[in-house]
Design a protein around this ligand. Structure first.
Ligand SMILES: [Zn+2]
Length: 86
């Protein structure tokens, strides 16, 4: 962790600080554009991975969803009989 000068106001801030405590500029360490580009690439990769993951998860979840639906229907039936008998 190093102390660097804010790229906007020259206040001494941590190189890892997300915002300058004096002027509020994001990433006062001065790597803003590079960091943004890396984040965009990272998000693109995550979306592609997430799509594959969601498809696999959806296929795997079908039996679980059916089981939950059956249990929910049974629970609703029990609740209805309790209310009707009540
Ligand atoms: Zn500043």
């Amino acid at each position: 962790m190093a102390i660097v000068q804010c790229r906007e106001c020259a206040q001494g801030v941590s190189s890892f600080a997300p915002f300058c405590p004096r002027c509020g500029v994001p990433n006062p360490g001065g790597h803003g554009r590079h960091t943004e580009r890396v984040e965009v690439v990272d998000v693109d990769m995550k979306i592609g991975t997430m799509m594959v993951f969601m498809v696999k998860w959806a296929i795997a979840a079908i039996p679980a969803v059916m089981l939950i639906a059956v249990l929910w229907a049974i629970g609703a039936g029990v609740l209805a009989s309790l209310v009707a008998g009540g």
